[in-house]
Ligand binder design. Sequence first.
Ligand code: NAD
Length: 472
Amino acid sequence: MACKNLIGGEWRGSDDVMEVRFPYDGSLVGAVSMASGTDMDDAMAAAVAGFEQTRALPSYRRSEILENIGRLLRERFDEVVEAMILEGGKNRKTAVGETTRALETLKVSAEEARRIGGEVFSIDWTAAGVNRQGFTRRSPIGAVLGITPFNYPVNLACHKIGPAIAAGNSIIIKPAEKTPLSSVILAEIVLESGYPPQAFSMLNAWGPDTEMMALDPRVAMISFTGSAAVGWMLKSKAGQKKVTLELGGNAGVIVHSDADLADAAGQAAAGGFANAGQNCISVQRLLIQRDVFEDFADLFVDEVKALKMGDPRDPEVDIGPMISERDAERAEAWVREAQKAGASLLYGGEREGTMFPPMVMTETAPDMRVNCEEVFAPVVTLSAYDAWDEAVAMVNDSPYGLQAGVFTNDVKRIMEAWERIDVGGLQVNGVSTFRVDHMPYGGIKASGYGREGIKYAIEDMTDLKLMVLNLG
Ligand code: NAD
């Protein structure tokens, strides 16, 4: 039987049923009801009514509810891991890591719910302000529509649910069509948590159908994580609505000659191929100082060879299937096109269906799609540079600006990189893929708008409200 949608506390099925297949072998692993226009309309009406309850909840209660969600998720940990493996082909190690991180996201959200304060400040900077006192507070904004992508379906939904509840907003979650099953479990958990039922909905819906909710004035804010194309399109249509966008990237990581090459190679292999490279901050472009290029390339290829590809249910496997054969074909075409134009494959193999072997490329040009677009597959390019300035310019030679990494121990180079590399976050002696869930996270340029990392998402999910008290 198809999983239902949760609409303001009510589970509702539909005739439009979508099958969910295991990307590893194509077997049927579930089915979900796709929401109708009426379902979406009802979810928005419930969100507006539910907000009147959530905005009145004291912070200790919002915090307790988030603790409940965390406790219930811990109880259903294995079930959530299993759902993610089957719906998205995520390898077990990564699915366990993601669920562990989702617990952290909820824990921090429960903490931040108690810390949404304000400021007291002087108004008398000019004569007009004498005898007045200023105060600010943050007010919840209303119904938030959280749209999530396929690659981290649980933790990224928690990055929307956690701050929305911490702030006292109502929230509608619209998961990716490719990975709808884990969100059904999350919805059961939120329903059981004590949050006012009207204030939470989870609807599986086709992407373009979701625009109906995204553009409806009852939705106060769109919190979108997904591709740049869809994100910027939604923002362009959103009018006065608040919008935050967490989008893609083609991260550059610099390895300078003074770096610990073995450490950099190990981190870069993990960061380039985790989740089969389907990661917005995946290491895509490795830029290596020419003097150490050969040594680093050898170390890196050794690390890549040690990665085990196979059935994502196997706890030893590092690389499972890509999300779909279509996505794998697209990435393969980009690799072949680069080879035709002169690039070499330092390490690789043959694709079989959704199973895409890790590929390491050299002698690529900046305008090849494996470099200048988001490859979103287990493909990493290696390029040499001579001077530090050149490497910084190469990282910046991208429409994206999410995260980057630099490996060097020279403090001047580190500070220069921090100042000049155009990204939302820079990792020093770390790869672009590093993220813990409370840090401010998000991109500049085409990579996004706004920040997640609970405290920062709460800022976006609240309005700053001023009060001036005339004591005169
Ligand atoms: P996608 O853009 O195809 O889909 C994301 C979500 O948008 C899905 O829920 C989809 O149904 C919905 N959607 C599609 N069309 C829509 C429309 N017209 N109106 C409203 N919603 C619509 O992305 P994806 O393939 O699921 O995810 C991969 C992308 O997500 C990559 O680009 C990746 O870099 C990015 N991503 C970014 C972050 C981040 O935090 N910056 C994290 C994970 C993934």
